[in-house]
Design a protein around this ligand. Sequence first.
Ligand SMILES: [Zn+2]
Length: 305
Amino acid sequence: MRPSRGAPAGEGGFERVDLAGRCIDLQEIDVRKWMMRSRRLFWSCLAVALVLAACATSPLGRRQLLMQSPTEMAAMGIAAFDEMKSTMPRSTNADQRRLVQCVADAITSVLTPEDMGVVVVQGWETELFADDSANAFALPGGRMGVHTGLLNVATTPDQLAAVMGHEVGHVLARHGNERVSQQVAAQGLLVGASIFTGTETPQSQQLMAALGAGAQLGLMKFSRDHESEADHIGLRLMARAGFDPREAVTLWQNMSQAASGQRPPEILSTHPSGTTRITRLRAAMPEALQLYEAARAAGRRPNCR
Ligand SMILES: [Zn+2]
């Protein structure tokens, strides 16, 4: 059957679609062949993703799914940071800017090629943004931001070092890459499910909803893993730079206290606090104190004020 352009749809029970101005019956498309090809593509993608997941490991030995190149991630981080610098007000408080820069320099100066791995950093750059929220971040490519409000919660240089070490930890462990990759993989899974089930039946909608919920829960679980890893890496980094790692515990206690106030620190919305976090920090403390003593003995005594 060769329907003419603009022919009414649905004759004989088959839908017609308009492709580039040509009206054709869906019956003409070899749907079965297309489905088989789509399934093969789906399983191939899943297999590639799993191989990648098996290949990459975080600095603490956790297996990771990383699908973006370090160069791409660095470019994304630097572009995002440039955008922030052009839109967010920066602090003009010279003392505070000096303090933040001093702590950042002390931490990034202890990084070795082994710490960096394949992470691409085009020189570390730190900015103090004039923002009352207690927040800090580090982006792929080596860009760090501290909000002036953080200095009300991180009240000593060592506590500030705990936050900045944690943020650098996220970059070294390529958590940004992992989050992007996970989003892509989760979306791929949903696309795969729609290929298998179609999207029109109530059953398939339920399955999609369940998969969506599963993907969400998976991402949340990941986020907790990331925080824990960044805490551990950050604790080691601050100690190696000569900051007292015990101040990390005080910092997160300060954060918890501030969280019970009227304006909870913004950093806690993405960095959950709690007793588990402090228990884990204390468990990692003996190793961190050894690193700290060695750093002090080697003359690393950062004089940040
Ligand atoms: Zn974090």
